[in-house]
Design a protein around this ligand. Sequence first.
Ligand SMILES: Cc1cc2nc3c(=O)[nH]c(=O)nc-3n(C[C@H](O)[C@H](O)[C@H](O)COP(=O)(O)OP(=O)(O)OC[C@H]3O[C@@H](n4cnc5c(N)ncnc54)[C@H](O)[C@@H]3O)c2cc1C
Length: 394
Amino acid sequence: MKLNSLFATFVAFSATSVEVDAFQTLPPHVSTLCWQQQYSSATNENVLQRIAHDLSIPLTIRSPSQLYASSPQYDTFEGTLETSHRLADNSYLLHITAPSNNDSESILPYKPGHVIALEIKADTETPGQNPYDRTEKTLKDLENNDGWLRAPFTITRSTKDSFDILIKVVGDKSYTLAHAPENTPIRFGGKFKVPIEDGIVESMQKAKENGGSIDKIVMISTGVGVGPCIGAVENMLSNQLEDDDPAENLERFRFLYLSKEQANAEVEFPKVELLGLYRENEDVVYGTYLTALKEKFARKFDWQSILSNYQGRLSSTENMMSYYLCSKGTDFRGALENTHYHLIGNGSMVNEFREGLQKAGVSKDRITEEIYFDHTAKPREEVVDRIAKAMNQE
Ligand SMILES: Cc1cc2nc3c(=O)[nH]c(=O)nc-3n(C[C@H](O)[C@H](O)[C@H](O)COP(=O)(O)OP(=O)(O)OC[C@H]3O[C@@H](n4cnc5c(N)ncnc54)[C@H](O)[C@@H]3O)c2cc1C
């Protein structure tokens, strides 16, 4: 069996809870895609056994962990929550390292946009300090998980032995993670969803196949959803760095140098415009850093924050949308036809912009998304119409 057809079989049947050690011997994109299939709970060990046999590779089936009933399964790896830095109001950057003696090389590095399960022992922070009540759902999950709290989070950036996650403190679990002492043991696992860059590369390939191109990338985030966008932008910009860039930049752009070795060097990404939606100025994450990136890579990167408490929501007026989404770019048609959109954050923003952009005529191939909470928020019809109208202004 050839790898391509084999790969198709993996994608079709790897909807399974088992991890196959042999994934390490396959090209990285195969392994990644296999992990992405883990959202399904169907198990088909026989198929995996047959494929492993055809490939003459060893197969190890491990017992997996499960986040909640009917949610994705994953193996857990040990790590250390080295630091939690407060970057803005209630927003913390977790820096986690994973020693190479615990198999973590089979799962690291992650890419910005991968979703993982992160676990921490309950009551790790100073007892009595946590102001949040423990919910029924969390209490039940603690019983099933040996006293470890767990929740899904999205990778901001990663190296082969560490990763960063930007979190918002909204309750018991996020508070415990944000306020854990330095060097707290944690557990992590899973490698779910399509990383941001991979989604964009796929969109660029599809556009090319159809005789078109992607000339601009627009990322719209709410709150801490900006984290994975920043990681993806760092990776995309790292291709632009010259080896002899002045040392001064090494500190300022240290993440770019970290990501350079992992970046998809052969892909020339178009310009990225990042719109970070926040309530207040105090919520803005990495403002100074993003402005420094914008100054250094003006041809390739631009960003703006929009503060809803002062300016209103991005979707609240046609004028605001046409200003931020259209007038700075090529032209209105370009925004509809040659732009890739990545939407990340709360469900109401993501659902309304997805619907509005599609209604305006943006192909769904050119929209990727990640929802953190409020998944079922119903898009308001008038907002969807307003987005569509703004995008179609002549
Ligand atoms: C696919 C996926 C990826 C995620 N990635 C991230 C991430 O990278 N960073 C991150 O901070 N969170 C992320 N989340 C959300 C994260 O899982 C929750 O913040 C966490 O489970 C909250 O647990 P808790 O015990 O602190 O609060 P809970 O008591 O479980 O929740 C309290 C309330 O906060 C709301 N809420 C959850 N997340 C947010 C938020 N970001 N902003 C405002 N309100 C929120 C919930 O809907 C709930 O009403 C992600 C969720 C999903 C499904």
